[in-house]
Design a protein around this ligand. Structure first.
Ligand SMILES: Nc1ncnc2c1ncn2[C@@H]1O[C@H](COP(=O)(O)OP(=O)(O)O)[C@@H](O)[C@H]1O
Ligand SMILES: [Mg+2]
Length: 254
């Protein structure tokens, strides 16, 4: 695993029409860090993630992810790179009528052939069952393994989505507002699971949030984006001095 997980140098993304998604961002994230990215809606957080996963190409500057320069990465290399990464989104997009086990296993399908995929939809092999069990255990969800996804609470579904991301043992996990649509208690559980994963497996975690409180509590390093620019990069304590950390701090960034 490379020592540097993400390196951005004067990275910019200009959308068609001339609108800046990101402007001159320079950041280095070492492997094993857990970094929270804060910023109001429209700050460029998702743009940054889409550059990291290769869905967008940089307009200017350079970006290296897990040792790969993203500016000229080939489709084949990108596919290979994405297998080393996992994604968690605000909306978990589980297959509602399928079991938790099948939904979690879906996190491995990127490495499966078509026949393997079809077979896995019918029945799980013993070793697949074991793998799913192990990751669900980590998240305290073993008892839900054979339940249908749509029978679970919203918070449980978000944890299934996290299990689906973790089963491939990613080197880099990108979580884009994973707690934006869950209650406060679930949000804490999801963030604790991420932190544990980070500590236990050494997975590099980048986490987009707009709740300042949670970021302060769970991340050891914070970046703040505003209008596509990097406004802060450092320890959580430091942002208390910034104007975004106002009286109504939970909602300060909405
Ligand atoms: N596909 C797009 N085309 C044009 N502008 C976009 C597109 N996606 C995002 N933007 C703009 O880029 C800026 C950053 O957006 P985004 O990365 O989605 O912010 P965030 O995730 O922090 O809310 C916003 O001003 C947004 O309107
Ligand atoms: Mg976004």
């Amino acid at each position: 695993m490379p020592v540097i997980a993400v390196a951005a140098q004067k990275l910019s993304k200009v959308y068609p029409g001339g609108h800046y998604g990101l402007r001159d961002i320079s950041i280095t994230v070492r492997a094993g860090e857990m970094v929270g990215i804060l910023g109001p809606s429209g700050a460029g957080k998702t743009t940054f993630f889409r550059l990291l996963n290769g869905a967008l190409r940089p307009t200017a500057g350079s970006l290296t992810v897990l040792g790969r320069p993203m500016g000229q990465v080939s489709t084949k290399d990108l596919r290979r790179l994405r297998r080393r990464m996992a994604f968690v989104y605000q909306h978990h997009n589980l297959a509602p009528t399928m079991s938790v086990a099948h939904n979690v296993l879906a996190g491995c399908l990127g490495t499966y052939s078509l026949p393997q995929t079809v077979r896995s939809l019918v029945a799980l092999l013993p070793q697949e069952r074991e793998r799913v069990w192990a990751v669900l255990k980590q998240l305290g969800m073993v008892d839900k393994m054979y339940r249908r996804a749509d029978e679970l609470s919203g918070g449980e579904q978000q944890r299934v989505a996290l299990a689906r991301a973790l089963i491939s043992r990613p080197e880099l996990l990108l979580a884009d507002e994973p707690i934006a649509s869950v209650d406060v208690k679930t949000a804490a559980t999801v963030l604790e699971s991420l932190r544990e994963l980070n500590a236990r497996q050494g997975t590099t975690v980048l986490l987009n949030l707009h709740q300042v409180d949670f970021a302060l509590q769970h991340c050891s390093r914070l970046l703040v984006l505003s209008a596509g620019r990097l406004m802060y990069d450092g320890e959580p304590e430091g942002i208390k001095e910034m104007h975004i950390y106002g009286e109504n701090r939970r909602h300060a960034l909405r």
